[in-house]
Unconditional design. Sequence first.
Length: 677
Amino acid sequence: MPKNLVIVESPSKSKTIEKYLGNNFKVVSSKGHIRDLSTKGKYGLGVDIENDFKPNYILIKGKKKVVDDLKKEVQKVDKVYLATDPDREGEAISWHLYNVLGLNDEKYDRIVFNEVTKKAVLDSFNNARKIDKNLVNSQETRRILDRIIGFRLSRLMQVKTDGSSAGRVQSVALKLVVDREREIEAFKEEEYWTITAKFQDFDAELFNYNHKEIKINNEAEANEILNKLSNAFKIESVEKKTKNKKPKLPYITSTLQQDASNKLGMNAKKAMMIAQKLYEGVELADETVGLITYMRTDSTRLSKDFIAETFKYIEGKYGKKYLGTIRKEKSSKKNKIQDAHEAIRPTSIKRTPESVKPYLSNDEYKLYQMIYYRALASLMADAKTENTTIILDNNNYQFKATGQVVKFDGYLKIYKNYEETNENALPPLDNYKSNVIVSNEIVKEQHFTKPPARYTEAKLIKEMEDLGIGRPSTYAKTMDTLKSRGYVKVVNKAFVPTKVGIEITDKLQEYFSHLINVKYTAMMESDLDKIAEGNANWVKILKSFYDEFEPSVKEAFVKMSKKEPEKTGELCPECNSPLVIRKGKYGEFVACSNYPNCKYVKNEPKEIIEITDCPNCDGKIIERYSKKGKLFYGCNNFPKCQTAYWDKPIGELCPKCNSMLVDKKGKIKCSNCDYEK
């Protein structure tokens, strides 16, 4: 019987790790968090405000059996190792497990590993420690802050607006989107013109007059300049410079999400789900192993072991001249706690994307390939380019042409698919026999200045990171919340705020501009870091926040104007009051404005959407909704025929059992057996 119990968060990770340990170990999963704040007490916060913000934790719904099973396992062993994720969230989960399972300091140890490999897992036992209460305090403070702000402001928005929620990070991110939209609306385009000389092998653009910058505001000015030019240009200078093009640093969470969006077309939520799978473990031909390191990190640091292994790999495969140097970020805005983790990298440079491709889905392969080559490139030599600048003179008007050629590919040898390098060679005019070159034509072109671009998901994540808003674990969730709440819509990959999104932002700024802003949110993140480092008292920080926040909330509940429901133009058939559009749990509906005196609700005839023929009667499978508003597909002869499916039927029957085939998240499966098309 095993003498040691290892508790991790994920069931898939537990399967991977158990294969690394001997018979004396059993590995089980808590399946994530086991406790959360209750919804009891003042405002349903689950926090005793008057008693130093003491949290009231309860088991998460559905976790009782998990906890009961864990308690039984704990009783069977001599030692328990808490091996939850290596961040504040993971530290807090370990702390909850410690308390709920009734552990004591003699019976448990906390172990952490940045990658799910045999070596990393075994090494973690040599560095076992106790739970870091500072990290737990930081996570608890974040959770309490988010609960207070979320519950109080969300309720305010539900009462006063068409919105459904507000939050500490979410509302600031939304404000960025709204502010950008208003910049675009206020933008006034300006006309400008360019003049280009076209030669046989290159183009040169006018940029100076008498060696001072020139701006052409209209066509008349462009024509005036053209009249002064001839086709003969004097070669004023030809300058060549060799430049080093450095590889990018390895991925952190935000840059991974940005590139997943820009290069792979994955949103942040999907990218993080796939990264989680790659981290937790993949079954290869001869082993089960995590392919990448932990994917929630702010650090670009790489381990000495990985650097040594990769340098050896580069030298053997590409030669010594391709060896790079170890680089660090110039600015150190990253906090110490997050820097405890490495960058996101492959767990071994020897596991090339091509070697693991048969064991991965298409999306898993693409993301792993991108992570692999980014880490490999970061340790390779700089590329060297020769940049040429030609200055031509025509009647004191200076024209410029630039060119670039790669002299040494360096890291681009393996990274050119992910990074554009424009090569355009210019003719060797420095050896030109004559000092004059003749253009084929000189053309003018009208342009207009453009407004700032809307935020894409990738750009918004980058902006949040640059401003210090949120942390690696929050970016994907924030993006998803903005979309799911209907505060933004995505148009050509860009975020456009909806009416509700703008309304929410304006209302919050009217009463909470001192709290819902970039500076305050970034300061709060800094305070959370100080708590994690043991340099700040979490109760004092919460009290300081609450003493400023709660009076503003109470004032807003009294003074904030309530948005009147939209009238339909019809009158109530029961009391003759106007009918209005209201929002309910399952969407909009039309009801009497005289509620609660009149409780009339208009029953709109719903469009019947037929999917296919029912396989069990002569009816049709149609779209239907459960009492909780969830879409399902059922027979229109109900209750006589009770055929129903949660996944969309495709109208074909299973060749194995003759049941209906359904579309389950893009995969065609049988609704009854294990057949998959």
